[in-house]
Design a protein around this ligand. Sequence first.
Ligand code: TRP
Length: 327
Amino acid sequence: MTRVFSGIKPTGPVQLGNLLGALRHWVADQGEADTVFCVVDLHALTVPQDPAELRSRTLELAQLLVAIGIDPDRSTLFVQSHVPEHAELSWILECTASFGELRRMTQFKDKSDGADFVSAGLFTYPALMAADILLYDTDRVPVGDDQRQHLELSRDLAIRFNHRYGDTFVVPEAAIPKVGARVMDLQQPTRKMSKSEDSPQGTILVLEPLDSVAKKIKRAVTDNDTEVRFDPEAKPGVSNLLSILGACTGEDPATVGETYTRYGDLKAACAEAVVETLRPIQDRFAELAADPEGTAALLAKGAAKAREVAVPTLARARHNLGLLAPH
Ligand code: TRP
């Protein structure tokens, strides 16, 4: 069976773009593949985090993943730092990657440019990401377009290691969803919906009160003409609402566009579809949040299941590298 691995950082509240763009594919993959999903808390450490906040965000993100439909019985769901093999393989892959190739990572360049403190971890981040993926003999990695270069590096490191030390790692493929699934900011529809701090009115959070969700959609920027039509270039605001509505109802945005003639009707339908998508998620999240012990137990099981795969993979890498086996 194909193995799918993906990870998400516990750094900020999950917004609608994450849900419709990426996380929904995770849920859908569950029937099709052997799915492994990880809350990558070690990746959050590349920039300073408030300890109490990191802890609660990690737990909440795990609960949210369950609430959206990641089934801990069908998938392996765990927290990265609960499986120490990630950090160990990361070191090995840091020694497999070259300084030059890490320096060429555009995400490193973007995030380090102008920052007053650049951690060494920010630089080696892609080696840790490669470790996440390679530990599980991953065939396919569903990620956003922004992670394409990191994934390419993971492949290069797997190939290089295998070439130097013999067959050790499965070489993973990227699975990048079509551009159509991109959710844009409701106020500035030419940029991706991202962190709420940058654009609170343009961003919908998965756990935001539902009346506020509806309000934001009804106030979304459209344009001056009045035609409903899916045309992301000429009509980014209207097209974004059509994409969101289509993603919630499982329809093609261009087809949805033919159903409406007035902006007001489109906004009302979009608001309703998003609210009804989020409502069951929020209800389920509330149940899980009331039982943190239950989540902890489920994550312990997930980590144990993850280690059944990670431990032998790391042992293989250690052996092939020539590290002396203990005892
Ligand atoms: N770097 C990814 C991001 O920022 C998160 C991530 C970490 C990841 N490890 C991963 C994604 C492994 C896929 C596979 O979105």
